[in-house]
Design a protein around this ligand. Structure first.
Ligand code: FES
Length: 114
């Protein structure tokens, strides 16, 4: 029977010891963050201590990533001006500007009048 020891418990969001690869800069709600290259936006924000990614449209309650695999849609944020992006499925890029999403993202539907 396998029993977990304290040493065998590893956080899902703890960087690996050899993750000394290149770091890049991203911005979340105007704050500069330095994060590992190659991780998802959700992972980068969680590693940086961000715990609220969006607020629900109805009650405004805070939400954060849950599944980390594109199923729950709890991780929606605005990335480089585009709302409703799943941060768990988006890889961080140098200089990426990310904003917390409050409520439903608006649809930009052009009018028939032009
Ligand atoms: S965390 Fe569930 S879809 Fe992104």
């Amino acid at each position: 029977m396998h029993t977990k020891t304290q040493e065998s418990r590893i956080s899902l969001f703890m960087p690996e010891e050899n993750a000394g690869g290149r770091k890049i800069r991203i911005y979340f709600d105007g704050q500069q963050l330095t994060v590992p290259e190659g991780v998802s936006v959700a992972s980068a924000l969680l590693m940086s201590g961000v715990r609220t990614f969006r607020a629900t449209p109805v009650s405004g309650s805070p939400r954060a990533p849950y599944c980390m695999m594109g199923v729950c849609f709890e991780c929606l944020v605005e990335i480089d001006g585009r709302p409703g992006r799943q941060s768990c499925l988006t890889q961080v890029q140098e200089g990426m500007v990310i904003k917390r999403q409050d409520g439903a993202s608006g649809l930009n539907i052009p009018s028939a009048e032009g």
